[in-house]
Design a protein around this ligand. Structure first.
Ligand code: GDP
Length: 263
């Protein structure tokens, strides 16, 4: 995990242990482990949790589509995750449409269309070079006109340090006013994923996180680091390349799995 986060967590564990006594014959390492697990639990609990499906249904009661804006840099698995989430929502009886907001990267619109076709989802798109905020707005108009429950907006993700990208995303947020901003991070990228999360959180804010490629990540440090740094909950884990490979993130199970081999 990110070193800064490890240091802060260590301080919190120290704080939790301050004043506690270990009796003679008591296992000191068990006391320490309890304090560590408790601190990790608090970290995830402070970030709260989100029931996306319930939120979608609540918004639909007002006769309006629920809008999810996907954020994250290229290669993290954002487009695949749009299709995975669409598939999950559809299985729960929610109708979906996607908007092709990455109008920069050559092939991005075709790639999203290909995924969308495979999960039988309609794509709203414009030409390359079009204003992503306008594409998002088109998507919203389409969803409203066709009484679609949920709009998933894909976005561009060139280089996290690109100021233009941050301005572009902030504009999409202003114009579309999404109900939920979902940040997609690649769990294999460790510290990079954390700095990307900090950057997006600063410029556009986000409401929750999907960690992709969790199937290839044995330790799960990114989840802890991102939640600790941004105080935003992880909603889902990407656990493979199939559309069914999206699972709800359970912090308590996650913490247990961290220590399964250490106990
Ligand atoms: P984007 O550039 O962020 O839109 O990334 P893509 O959706 O194109 O995904 C990049 C690559 O990561 C593709 O080869 C995906 O199949 C792969 N990928 C996405 N999510 C996962 C995941 O949860 N597990 C694994 N193993 N691969 C993933």
């Amino acid at each position: 995990m990110a070193q800064g986060v490890a240091e802060k967590l260590t301080e919190r564990v120290k704080g939790a242990l301050a004043g506690s006594k270990v009796e003679r014959g008591q296992d000191a390492s068990a006391v320490l482990m309890d304090a560590l697990v408790q601190t990790l639990r608090e970290t995830f609990d402070e970030a709260g949790s989100v029931d996306l499906l319930a939120n979608v249904r609540e918004k639909n009661k007002e006769g309006l589509p629920y809008v999810i804006l996907f954020l994250g840099i290229n290669g993290t698995g954002k487009t695949t995750t749009v299709a995975k989430l669409a598939s999950m929502l559809k299985k729960n009886g929610v109708t979906v449409v996607t908007a092709a907001g990455d109008t920069h990267r050559p092939g991005a619109i075709e790639q999203l269309t290909e995924h969308a076709n495979r999960v039988s989802m309609k794509v709203v798109s414009q030409r390359y070079g079009a204003d992503p905020a306008a594409v998002g707005r088109d998507g919203l108009l389409f969803a409203k006109a066709h009484h679609i429950d949920c709009l998933l907006i894909d976005t561009a993700g060139r280089m996290q340090t690109n100021q233009n990208l941050m301005e572009e995303m902030a504009k999409v947020v202003r114009v579309v006013n999404p109900d939920f901003k979902l940040f997609v991070a690649d769990s294999l990228t460790g510290n990079d994923a954390v700095s990307q999360a900090e950057l997006f959180n600063k410029h556009t804010g986000f409401d929750g996180v999907v960690l992709t490629k969790a199937d290839a990540d044995v330790r799960g440090g990114a989840a802890l680091s991102i939640v600790y740094t941004t105080h935003k909950p992880v909603l889902f884990l990407g656990v493979g390349q199939e559309y069914g490979d999206l699972v709800r993130f359970d912090p308590h199970k996650f913490i247990d799995s961290l220590f399964r081999n250490e106990a």
